[in-house]
Design a protein around this ligand. Structure first.
Ligand code: SAM
Ligand code: 2KA
Ligand code: SF4
Ligand code: MG
Length: 228
C-alpha cells in the first residue's frame, strides 16, 4: 500500500478530538478538492509502498490505542480491506477518514465521512479533466448510505467555505437520512486566522440547525504541518 506518511498526533476533528492516535495517510485520491490540505496525498501524491504487516506493527509500537486511517482516499486501494482486518485483530480502535465515494465492506470502529460539496470542485479552465471527474464522483448518496449502514458508529463532516453552501448541506443531510447531531460543520481553512474568521458566521448557523461545530484543532495545536 502506498503511504504518504505515518505519525502520532492528537485527533483534531470530530467526536474523538483530543485523543492520541497513530495516523496512516495513504497516498492517492479519486477526487481533487481545490482546497485539499494534503495535496501531497492527492494532487501530487508522494510516498513509498509499505507492507500491511509493517503498518500494523508501527501502530502497535506507537503505544496509541487509536488508529486513524486517512489519505488521500484510504478506501481507494483494495489492500485497505486486508489492512483494516489486521487492525481489527489488534484490538486498536480504528477511525477511517473518507470522502465516501467508494464502498468497501470493511471493519472499523468509526466511519468519519466527509462528503464533498459542489464548491469543492477544482477550477474548470485550470483542471478541465479533474473538474469533470470530481463533479461526477463526489456525491454518490447510495454509496455513502451503505458505508453508514455497515459502520458501528459514524460522523458526517462537511467542509464549508461560504454561506452559499448552507442549503446544500441541509439537502445532503436529508438525503443521507442522518440526525443533525451526527453532523459536524468544519470551516474550510488551514490557518488560525481563516478558522477564526469562519467561526463567527459558521458557528451560529451550525447550532441553529442542530449540527455540531468542529474547529480543526490540529491547526491550533501544531499549525498546518505535515506529520501532525
Ligand atoms: C485530507 S482528507 C483525507 C480523507 C478523505 N479524502 C476526505 O476528504 O475525507 C481529511 C479531512 O480533511 C478535510 N479537509 C481537507 N482540506 C481541508 C481544508 N482546506 N479545510 C478544512 N478541511 C479540510 C477533509 O474534508 C477531511 O475531513
Ligand atoms: N491531528 C490531526 N487530526 C486529523 N483528523 C483528521 C485528519 C486527516 O487529515 O484526515 C487529521 C490530521 O491530519 N491531523
Ligand atoms: S477527497 Fe480528501 S484527500 Fe481527496 S482531494 Fe478532497 S480533501 Fe484531499
Ligand atoms: Mg488533515
Amino acid at each position: 500500500m502506498r503511504v504518504a506518511e505515518t505519525f502520532t498526533s492528537r485527533q483534531g476533528e470530530g467526536k474523538l478530538t483530543g485523543v492520541e492516535s497513530f495516523f496512516v495517510r495513504t497516498s492517492g485520491c479519486n477526487l481533487r478538492c481545490w482546497f485539499c490540505d494534503t495535496p501531497y496525498a492527492s494532487w501530487n501524491p508522494v510516498g513509498e509502498s509499505h507492507s500491511i504487516d509493517s503498518l500494523v506493527q508501527q501502530a502497535v509500537q506507537s503505544g496509541c490505542r487509536h488508529v486513524v486511517l486517512t489519505g488521500g482516499e484510504p478506501l481507494l486501494p483494495e489492500s485497505c480491506v486486508a489492512l483494516t482486518q489486521q487492525f481489527a485483530a489488534t484490538g486498536l480502535h480504528l477511525t477511517v477518514e473518507t470522502a465516501g465515494t467508494i464502498f468497501r465492506d470493511i471493519a472499523y470502529d468509526l466511519l468519519s465521512l466527509s462528503p464533498k460539496l459542489a464548491a469543492s470542485v477544482p477550477d474548470a479552465s485550470d483542471h478541465p479533466r479533474w473538474n469533470e471527474l470530481h463533479e461526477r464522483r463526489r456525491m454518490p448518496i447510495d454509496t455513502m448510505r451503505r458505508l453508514i449502514e455497515v459502520s458501528k458508529a459514524f460522523q458526517v463532516k462537511f467542509v464549508v467555505d461560504s454561506r452559499d453552501e448552507f442549503d446544500e448541506v441541509d439537502e445532503v443531510v436529508r438525503l443521507l437520512q442522518v440526525e443533525p447531531d451526527d453532523v459536524w460543520i468544519m470551516p474550510q481553512g488551514s490557518t488560525n486566522e481563516s478558522l477564526d474568521a469562519a467561526a463567527s458566521w459558521l458557528t451560529p448557523w451550525a447550532h441553529s440547525q442542530g449540527y455540531r461545530y468542529c474547529d480543526r484543532m490540529q491547526i491550533r495545536w501544531y499549525g498546518n504541518r505535515r506529520g501532525t
